[in-house]
Design a protein around this ligand. Sequence first.
Ligand SMILES: Cc1cc2nc3c(=O)[nH]c(=O)nc-3n(C[C@H](O)[C@H](O)[C@H](O)COP(=O)(O)OP(=O)(O)OC[C@H]3O[C@@H](n4cnc5c(N)ncnc54)[C@H](O)[C@@H]3O)c2cc1C
Length: 253
Amino acid sequence: MAEHGDQAMPLAGGQSLIPLLAMRLVRPGHIVDLSRVGELQQVSVAEGRVSIGAMARQRDIEHDPRMPGLVRVAVPHIGHFQIRNRGTVGGSLSHMDPAAEWPAIALALDAVMVAASVRGRRDITADAFMIGPQMTSLEPEELLVEVVLPMRTEGFGFAEVTRRGLGDFALAGAACQDKAVVVFGVGLRPQRLRVVEDFLNRGGGTRAEISAVAASEIQATDAIHTSSHYRRVVAAALVGAVIEESQARGGVA
Ligand SMILES: Cc1cc2nc3c(=O)[nH]c(=O)nc-3n(C[C@H](O)[C@H](O)[C@H](O)COP(=O)(O)OP(=O)(O)OC[C@H]3O[C@@H](n4cnc5c(N)ncnc54)[C@H](O)[C@@H]3O)c2cc1C
């Protein structure tokens, strides 16, 4: 990566990169296959934190009982199991599809992304990592090597609306961990709803009141299947639902 800079692209599970190559939407001079870099596949739990190597497969994470609750409920919504068999956690975060589940999970859990290059390692907050569609704050020669999440087993909620049940990307979605609330699939990147979080911190309200606050804060854009109005309305309703779900799971919201 250091040698070829922005002429090189890492290949993880290939579930997004191979279609991009096939459609000639990207034309890298070099592809760097990460599949045999063993240390990138490691997963460990220590001191209340879960560290997931970038090359951990989504399907392995889905079935790992050591994962935070939000991860366990959200990851099964990613594509089909065949895609999760190949697709990796780091690949999904680096690809940064605004409708993907992993960026929303990372933002709700205040994940730390660990990037590495020949110049060393650095930690990036989930918020700073995500810039926009297929854009992250990784430098051209950097790899995402690890994602660090707090171990939380209560107080989480997750919901999304898709056209055909499991398998499709979300038309709109919401995730929460206690009072941290995120919507995804509505705009150019997942959005933390700070006004909703303040509302919850001041005592909150009914599900309908929470959804109304969310609707006023969500920044939605038009998409191929949905209008910005549809996305805002649906995501706001999902916010009310996930907060209720998180409270039922012992959340502090
Ligand atoms: C039919 C279909 C349906 C899908 N549905 C969903 C869905 O509902 N939800 C969802 O979230 N995803 C979905 N996906 C995408 C899937 O989750 C991919 O696995 C994921 O987006 C990319 O992960 P990957 O490991 O395959 O990465 P790759 O395709 O190998 O790489 C993706 C991009 O990330 C870069 N990259 C990979 N690893 C790193 C790294 N460690 N550091 C820096 N850059 C890196 C690559 O260079 C490339 O630009 C779907 C895919 C398909 C084909």
